[in-house]
Design a protein around this ligand. Structure first.
Ligand code: SAH
Length: 516
């Protein structure tokens, strides 16, 4: 997508971020975010969306959350105007839709008065988003032909009628009521609606954190809802939906039924590799936190790799043990002015399906792929016959077990060269430690013995006993499981195929067994 926009004097874009799922941002919103100089964002906008802003962009949190108001409205207005006057492209990112209970109109009026140009980009408002993700259609030919969007911010039972709403009319409204900001006064709202004539057995639901992996819904009758919501411990942000349409949820609930919905999973692979896992896990409904335990870095000195690549024609076999090795070596080939033709006479061996995939990305097929085995010994043995008597170049990480080289050296001339570095990460992100400490993490996936040990070293003492108990551990192979056991932790799931997708499969199986 072309993210270049014509440079113009400062302007403010009031952009709707949607209700939670970052995928619900509009394409126009994305284009503007990618070109933003300044992003002033609400706490209700998905933090993931901030990743779309260019690296140098100034990010300003202007969130208003109930109980603590980080930035008063005046200060937000002043912030927008001052950046725009300085010539910046400012994105004012607001939860849901900017013009629905978002004070977007007030901000736009202020900008107009200040002479600052603005544009408005609509977003999926919480009523549309949370209702869709809760399986509750706001309208339905059989049950509702009208919808009212209502604010529940003011106490409907307050002395002197500080609520500006006509609750009498709302109780008689012939359709669905969708109440924003209604958690604090939920009991009063339900009570007033019943008092003013809405049948006590009208279906009603509260949807908490709609369209996020944390979405929870309680559905009951209007009379019972407050007690059930309290029992379930639901809180803001949440949407109250009142009307016959709530009954459709029984058949239409889809989001909360995805196999890993409500589960939080920490993925410990290096950042780049982890994204594939994160996408798969999120599609299955999980909330994913990334805590890379090793990082993939380029070589400090690529000379030995460059020399090996320059003389690649003298090798009969080039052996790759990881997708990172493939990418690092083949990118280096280009960097030194060669291309794939240099590999012309050299055969390629690839260990693991991800390695094979990475080669395909360069239009290369592996000549040999050892069958799946979790032990380096087994993988090496499968290569013994093919490479016998030949010259082998082993391109791999700068550290790791030496089994492959040792075994192959018995039958062939083997040169081993580092294609990239594996560097231990110094810390686990604070957000992950916090989630672990709060008992909010259901699973941690571990793809090597080294990462299991690293995890042990990096988690604070008070968190360590949680691992293997309330937070379950899933491993990629019996070797990793053995290390986890040595560390004194219980392994709850182990991959049957020793790959990242196999590991996810194992978590899924364990979850579906637990649910049965
Ligand atoms: N402009 C926003 C609404 C802001 S008012 C929009 O169009 O959606 C804030 C209220 O919106 C919250 O109190 C809550 O009632 C509702 N809300 C926002 N995000 C929500 C979500 N993900 N799930 C449920 N309700 C949400």
């Amino acid at each position: 997508m072309d993210t270049r926009l014509p440079k113009c004097p400062g302007v403010v874009y009031l952009v709707g971020a949607g209700p939670g799922d970052p995928g619900l941002l509009t394409r126009r919103g994305e284009v503007l975010l990618r070109a933003a100089d300044v992003v002033v964002y609400d706490h209700l906008a998905s933090p993931r969306l901030l990743d779309l802003a260019p690296p140098g962009a100034i990010l300003v949190r202007a969130g208003k959350s109930i109980g603590h108001c980080e930035m008063p409205q005046d200060a937000i207005n002043a912030e927008l105007v001052s950046h725009a006057r300085a010539g910046a492209r400012v994105v004012r990112l607001k939860g849901g839709d900017p013009f629905i209970f978002g004070r977007g109109a007030e901000e736009a009026e202020y900008l107009r008065a200040a002479g600052v140009p603005f544009e408005v980009v609509p977003g999926v408002t919480a009523a549309a988003g949370a209702a869709a993700y809760a399986g509750i259609p706001p309208t339905h030919r059989a049950t509702a032909s009208a919808v009212a969007l209502v604010t529940g911010h003011d106490d409907p039972e307050a002395e002197g009628g500080s609520s500006r709403l006509d609750w009498e009319a709302l109780a008689r409204f012939p359709g669905t009521l969708i109440v924003y900001m209604g958690v604090t006064h939920l009991a009063a709202i339900c009570r007033v609606l019943i008092e003013r004539g809405k049948p006590a057995d009208t279906p009603a639901a509260l949807v908490e954190s709609g369209a996020t992996p944390r979405q929870r819904t309680v559905a009951a009758t209007l009379a019972d809802l407050p007690v059930q919501v309290q029992a379930a411990g639901l809180g803001p942000p949440a949407l109250l939906i009142v009307g016959e349409v709530v009954a459709h949820r029984a058949a239409l609930n889809w989001f909360e039924q995805r196999p890993l919905h409500g589960r939080t999973i920490v993925v410990t692979r290096p950042a780049g590799d982890a994204l594939d896992d994160a996408n798969t896990l999120e599609a299955l409904g999980a909330e994913v936190l990334l805590a890379p335990l090793v990082e993939i870095r380029p070589l400090a000195d690529p000379t030995p790799l460059d020399d090996a690549l320059r003389s690649i024609q003298t090798y009969d076999w080039l052996v790759f043990t990881s997708a990172n090795g493939v990418r690092a070596a083949l990118d280096r080939l280009n960097a030194i002015g060669l291309d794939l033709r240099a590999l012309g006479r050299t055969k390629i061996a690839a260990i693991g399906p991800a390695t094979v995939e990475a080669l395909r990305g360069y239009r290369l097929n592996a000549d040999i792929v050892p069958p799946d085995s979790y032990r380096s010994e087994g993988l090496a043995d499968a290569l013994l016959e093919p490479v016998r008597g030949g010259r082998v170049l082993l391109a791999r990480a700068d550290r790791g077990r030496d089994v492959l080289r040792e075994r192959l050296s018995v039958v062939a001339h083997v040169d081993q060269v580092a294609a990239y570095r594996n560097v231990d990460t110094a810390t686990i992100p604070d957000a992950v430690v916090k989630a672990l400490r709060a008992g909010k993490v259901d699973w941690i996936t571990l793809t090597s013995s080294a990462s299991a040990r690293r995890l042990f070293d990096l988690v604070p003492n008070d968190v360590r006993p949680r691992l293997g108990t309330s937070t379950k551990l899933a491993t990629i192979s019996p070797v990793t499981s053995a290390t986890v056991a040595e560390l004194g932790w219980h392994v709850a799931a182990e991959a049957r195929t020793h790959t990242a997708p196999g590991l996810i499969e194992a978590v899924l199986e364990a979850e579906s067994q637990a649910r049965r």
